[in-house]
Design a protein around this ligand. Sequence first.
Ligand code: GLU
Length: 268
Amino acid sequence: MFKTKHIVKLVLVTIVAALFLAGCGKDKASTGSSKDVLAKIKEDKKIVFGVKYDTRLFGLKNPKTGEVEGFDIDLSKALAEEMFGKDVKPEYVEVTSKTRVGLLNNGKVDAVVATMTITDERKKEVDFTDVYFDAGQSLLVKKGSKIQGLQDLKKGTTVLAVKGSTSAINIREKAPETTVLEYENYAEAFTALKAGKGDALTTDDSILYGMVEEDPSFQLVGGTFTEEPYGIAVKKGNQELVDALNKALKSLKDSGKYDEIKNKWIKN
Ligand code: GLU
């Protein structure tokens, strides 16, 4: 009797110990491999930035050259050089407002520089750097439109927005009676506006200015009605990478390089 009890006890202790050790091992593996993005960047000698391909002024693929161009591209290039010199090559992968968090979290991109507003909700899923640009949500309409601001977005009006954007959420709160149609990206949303599928398109003023540049028969109306501070997003738990990006951002601001890049793209 005593013997059996003793054996059962021994087996239980062994099981508990084995489970404990397995748990430790798992933790170590995930910190070492998938979590440390900065170490991976240095090892691979490349940093993959998630950027927009459809947003004039910030990240737009030029069909003639095949290159992506804009403020987010030039800034990320300068940040990479500031952090790693010529040792690490910047590469670009397309993200949309809807896909960017997923692509960060599955490791397809190392950092998202894509007109992304820092919000408390998003902070639950990713980590952000300091603010690198201040925008605000506004409305774009055809010149001569009866819609001149939020107050005109009544029942029977339709506003176009993009999936996964703060704009799509905010507009429902600010103009609860209007119908909101959501598109995959800004190119599609603007094409829909031009085709008369809605009375207005809503997103950050900074993005809408790019649309006016493309087609001056449209204009911004009603000023801005939210604050949209842009941050660079990285996978949660990569504080070292956030610190390195913040340090590089500060250096670019101090040296005047940040202003140079900003002035090249942002005129308003
Ligand atoms: N800044 C806003 C956001 O992060 C709108 C622009 C965008 O969709 O990227 O959602």
